[in-house]
Structures are given as C-alpha cells and as structure tokens.
Design a binder for this molecule. Structure first.
Ligand code: LMR
Length: 392
C-alpha cells in the first residue's frame, strides 16, 4: 500500500526552519516562520501564561475529558474577546480546536458538509496552508486580487472587481487583521465596502483571525471581524491563540459559527460531530490557560500589557527598518514597511533576490519575500537593510 504514496510537496515556511537550523554561519538571521521573538531572539512564555500554569498545577485535580465542544468557559471567553457585543449569543455556536489551523480545517469541513459545491475564494496571495487545505478537501477554489505589487498596499480596485464575481453561497476567506503574508490591510472604509458588496452577493464569510492584538491593538484588530459578524446571516470565524498568547505548541484555537437562532442547535451539533470525527475532544491545556487569564482581572491586565509591548516593539522595528532602508537604498521605495501591520511584510523582492539574501548574507525569508518583522532587532535592522540594498 505505502508504495502507492506520492511524495508530498514540502511546506515552504516549515522547510525554512530546517534550512536555518542547518546553516552553520554565526550571523544568520531568521525572518521565516511567523513566531514572535524578542530582542534576544527568544520566543518567551508570556508572564500571565507562566502564572496561570503555576496556578493550574496547584489547583487542577483531574485530567478527565471536558466537553466535545471544549470547555464552555473557554468558548465563552474567546467569543467575548473576538465578538464583543456585536451579535446576540443565541446565534453563536463554537468549538475549541487544535490551533487556528484546526479551526480552519473544521470550518472548511463544515462548509463541505453543508454545501459541497460552494467555491471558496482566497485572497491572492494568502497563507499557503489555505489553498493547501481547500485543495486537499477537494473543494472548489477561486482567487480574488488583493496585493498591489507596485505600491505594496492593497489592490482595492482588484478586490472589489473580483469579489463582484462571487456567487450566492460562495465562501470568501477574509483575514480579520494583519494580512498574512503581505502585511497590507483594508482600512475601515474599505472593510465597509467589501462587506456591503459581499452582503449583496449572498456570500458566506470565513474570517481567519490569527493575529488579534498584533496590529492596531486587541480591540481595534477585532473591529473588522465584528463588522462582518453583525452584517451577514451566516458567518464562520477561525481564531488562533498561538500568537497573541504565545502558546504555539499548545494548539489552542476556536471555530465560531454564527447563524439563525433557531438553527443554533443543529449548527452546534455539527461542530461537535466534526470534532468527534477528527480528534474527539479538543486539547485543553492551552484553552484552560487562556480562560484563566481572560477571567482573572490581574492576569488579564498583565497579559494585555505584555501583548501591547509585543505589538509596539514590532511597530518600532517597522519604523526602524523603513528608515534604514531609506538610508541604504537612497529611496522611499520601502516606506510601506512602516504602514504595514502585524508580523509580516511582503517586500516585493524577486525569488532570485531572496535566494541571494539567503546564500550570500545568511538572511532567511519566505520565497515570496515575506519577512517576519519580529525576527529583527536593533542590531540586525541595518544589516538587513544593507543586504537588501546590495541585491536590489
Ligand atoms: C506563518 O505563516 O509563518 C505562521 O502562521 C506559522 C505557520 O504555521 O505557517
């Protein structure tokens, strides 16, 4: 049987981690996978997470199963953090999932179950795992233009022209904030227009919210998701705690489904069913930590303060890199780096330039020239700027 297997394409982002590890050079710089790193290059356990873990160790008396949908208190706390008061809770169903990817996978499986012929629209470009999962599930897929390679901002005319072709019942995947891989985001007025267009088209939005708190702040980063949530009769939201709680390996996420109040029971039942089919009970440790933090005033305040430190440090690095690139290239062509938000910016370099940066300078970024801003620090910003100037 196994001789029937074909080799699978390597995940380009994960491949970079291995290449970086195997590079023996001292001054190598990792701007690949989307993991936050502090100025010393460490991905710290956040203070509130450490405190919650300590407390959990003291008070936890059992490891027996929780609920198929995950711990109800976790689902409630996350729903509140993401949706605020945007929609009535009698329309909201949810399941805890293994990370944001688990939530996306469950969302797509739910769509396939309910509407196998629906086309899933993805931004061009998008996180490579989006098309990979859609394709793996054998679903129909289409792309809408998103990124303007000239300005490195959003190609808003392209977005609107392509989304005008969406058919009723099609699913449109939207990045709730901090677009991955580009770092270019719709502004509030553009979100309004996209939502108004998609409502008239009868689309079903699937929001991927993996970076809440990394862009403009915890509340501001939820604004677009809340607008979507209250504007459509049916919405799916796949959210991750990997980045904003820094609990990557704990695999903590949530899938929220919003629909008609009288259909909530069936929707919840289907979400539970999908959990049972795919992994039965979702992982609990990370979800429990998140719940403890969100429900405790002191822990929550400390977590929010540290998240804000993380966000502001990335903003500072953006500004520093834009300034350094101005100096190094004697031009304003990279000023967009300061305007982008979130962990990533797509620099607009060619694949050959990306390879040269890796081979000649030991600087690792994804092949489409996406950099993880948090991979930089005050020392490496000018090194990166000089290296970029030498290859462009
Ligand atoms: C990324 O885009 O680098 C992150 O979302 C991590 C991943 O799993 O790809």
């Amino acid at each position: 049987m196994f001789d029937q297997l074909k080799a699978q394409p390597q995940d380009k982002i994960l491949q970079l981690i291995q290449m970086f590890r195997e590079d023996g050079r001292d001054g190598k710089i990792d701007l690949g996978v989307g993991v936050y790193k502090d100025a010393t290059g460490l991905t710290p356990v956040m203070r509130a997470v450490k405190a919650a873990e300590k407390k959990l160790w003291e008070v936890e008396t059992t490891k027996t199963y929780t609920a198929l949908a995950g711990e109800p208190a976790y689902n409630a706390a996350m729903t509140k953090m993401i949706l605020g008061y945007a929609v009535s809770l009698d329309r909201v169903a949810s399941v805890s999932t293994p990370g944001g990817t688990g939530a996306l996978r469950q969302a797509l499986e739910l769509i396939k179950l309910a509407s196998p012929e629906a086309t899933v629209w993805l931004s061009a470009p998008t996180w490579p795992n989006h098309p990979s999962i859609v394709k793996y599930l054998g679903m129909k897929m289409a792309e809408y233009r998103y990124f303007d390679a000239e300005t490195r901002g959003v190609d808003f005319a392209g977005v609107m022209a392509d989304l005008a072709k969406v058919a009723p019942g099609d699913v449109v995947l939207l990045h709730g904030c901090c677009h991955n891989p580009t770092g270019a985001n719709l502004d509030a007025a553009q979100w309004e227009q996209v939502v108004a267009l998609l409502v008239t088209k009868g689309a079903i939005p699937l929001v991927d919210l993996a970076y809440q708190g990394f862009g403009d702040g915890l509340e501001a980063d939820a604004a677009a998701t809340r607008l979507v949530a209250k504007s459509f009769p049916e919405v799916l939201i796949a959210a991750s705690c990997s980045k904003n709680f820094g609990i990557y390996r704990e695999r903590t996420g949530i899938l929220i489904g919003i629909g008609a109040a009288d259909g909530k029971g069936v929707l919840q039942g289907n979400l539970n069913f999908l959990n049972r089919q795919n992994y039965s009970f979702p992982p609990d440790h990370g979800a429990r930590l998140v719940t403890m933090i969100l429900e405790d005033d002191a822990l929550r305040a400390d977590w929010m303060a540290e998240l804000e430190e993380v966000r502001l440090s990335m903003l500072g690095l953006r500004k520093a890199l834009a300034d350094a690139l101005r100096l190094a290239t004697n031009s304003d062509r990279f000023d967009f780096v300061a305007d982008h938000r979130g962990m990533f910016s797509r620099l607009g370099l060619t694949e050959a330039q990306v390879i040269r940066l890796r081979e000649e300078h030991g600087i690792y970024m994804v092949g489409d020239s996406r950099i993880n801003i948090a991979g930089l620090n005050a020392r490496t910003v000018p090194i990166l700027a000089a290296a970029i100037a030498s290859v462009v």
